[in-house]
Design a protein around this ligand. Structure first.
Ligand SMILES: Nc1ncnc2c1ncn2[C@@H]1O[C@H](COP(=O)(O)OP(=O)(O)OP(=O)(O)O)[C@@H](O)[C@H]1O
Ligand SMILES: [Mg+2]
Length: 417
């Protein structure tokens, strides 16, 4: 047994004791934590989610990849070629964990670094001092929290239905969900669930006239922003690549995207699934199917009655934030993407902060991502908006420091509103 293995076993034993002590002292949240309306009537709502551990994942921490990471371009094209057939796939294949376990490293056990309570998450952050291994228990408040057993249906219920996001759009507003968090924390898993659940419900929530017809037209666009390169996910061909994003003199932001009109839940779901199949993914040390990009699905509701407004539901699966350790094996191009992604996530944070605090100016022109989200940040716009930010964190104690950063980043929005 090597010294480092012995060290890991010893510190894990200590962490287990400290976690058990903490759990014994913190059995339930106080009544005060649970009182009041569950979902406040605020412009920005804060949700946290953690996922269960994935089989074989523990062994991946700091595991070297045998090969250079490869883009999953071939698979993406295959999806695009096959998904128009009569036996179209309903869901893109679920990402699988990478199965590369270095022979010299003993498998480690899973150790949980997160406790989800109804309206806060506690991160148990390892803290090595001269006294030895310790844990800092850091608590972050949210409007709603989801533990590892929560289903996508529950997340939809609490983050879309209860806050009335679809109703807001039907009434002419702009509703937005932002999935934020570390790579592999479960953003794409959540957003796919929400996108398909919204597809199921949307048409039944559109008002109808006496003849039973709705006065709304539903249109969809789907854009991927990889680093700083936008791409139209509606198109798998060359025309979808590196499209232009510009702000017109009228103030409208125009990515030249193909918009598809849909007339039923099934059509909407099919379009979403087809576009998701066009997303580029890459294998990284933390996620066999890492998205690497921001993906923005916009569902436009056009009210055809005279003077009727165009309203929007904007669903954003953000690129994962990465630790240096997660990105150090990247190729130069991949590293640049990570830098661009991190920059746009910082710009987004500044915009959401300014938006929540009611600042006169929201700096949404500082990145392509935030420019694309102008409908929620534009102070001059008259449409009401509501945004739900879902922060995703890994359940592993090895990720606790990153998780604490993620939850701190997002819980600020609750603190300043
Ligand atoms: N709540 C959950 N329950 C079960 N499995 C989950 C859950 N969330 C995520 N997973 C699984 O965890 C893995 C990573 O999730 P996902 O690809 O959604 O992460 P991500 O945050 O989008 O990562 P990246 O930023 O790299 O794209 C996938 O295999 C996914 O199926
Ligand atoms: Mg993803």
């Amino acid at each position: 047994m090597t010294m480092s293995t012995l060290h890991t076993i010893t510190t894990h034993k200590k962490y287990r004791e400290l976690l058990a002590e903490w759990a014994a002292d913190n059995t339930e949240d106080s009544d005060q934590d649970k009182s009041g309306s569950l979902i406040p009537n605020a412009t920005v709502l804060v949700a946290f989610r953690t996922r269960p551990p994935i089989d074989g994942e523990v062994e991946l921490f700091d595991a070297p990849l045998d090969d250079e990471e490869t883009d999953d371009e071939e698979e993406r094209v295959n999806d695009a070629n096959h998904d128009h057939g009569p036996r179209a796939k309903k869901q893109p294949p679920a990402p699988q964990p990478v199965s590369k376990i270095p022979a010299q490293r003993p498998p480690e056990e899973f150790m949980c670094g997160i406790t989800a309570r109804s309206r806060r998450m506690v991160v148990h952050v390892p803290n090595m001092t001269w006294k030895g291994a310790g844990l800092l228990h850091q608590s972050y408040p949210a409007d709603v929290c989801f533990g590892p057993d929560a289903t996508n249906e529950e997340v939809y219920e609490q983050t879309v239905k209860t806050p009335g996001l679809i109703d807001l759009a039907v009434q002419g507003g702009v509703a937005c969900v932002l999935a934020y968090g570390q790579t592999s924390a479960g953003k794409t898993y959540s957003m796919m669930g929400l996108e398909l659940a919204i597809s199921q419900d949307l048409f039944s929530l559109l008002p109808v006239d006496d003849t039973g017809k709705t006065q709304f037209e539903v249109h969809v666009t789907f854009l991927e922003l990889l680093g700083n390169k936008p791409r139209d996910l509606m198109r798998a061909d060359e025309a979808g690549k590196n499209i232009e994003i510009r702000e017109a003199d009228t103030g409208n932001v125009h990515p030249v995207l193909q918009s598809t009109q849909v007339d039923s839940a099934k059509e909407l779901e099919d379009v979403i699934v087809r576009c998701l199949g066009h997303r580029r993914t890459a294998q990284t040390s933390r996620n066999a199917k890492s998205s690497r990009s921001h993906a923005i699905l916009t569902i436009l509701l056009k009210n055809k009655t005279p003077g009727g407004a165009v309203s929007e539901i904007i669903l954003v699966d953000l690129a994962g934030s990465e630790r240096h350790a997660d990105s150090k094996k990247h190729s130069a191009a991949r590293f640049q993407e990570t830098r661009d992604n991190n920059k746009s996530l910082l710009a987004l944070k500044d915009c959401v902060r300014a938006h929540v605090s009611g600042a006169a100016l929201v700096p949404f022109r500082t990145s392509k991502l935030t420019l694309l989200l102008k409908p929620i940040f534009d102070r001059k716009a008259s449409r009401p908006t509501r945004t739900v930010v879902i922060a995703h964190v890994s359940p592993h104690i090895q990720d606790a420091e990153h998780s604490a950063n993620t939850l701190r980043y997002v819980s600020q929005f609750k603190a300043i509103r």
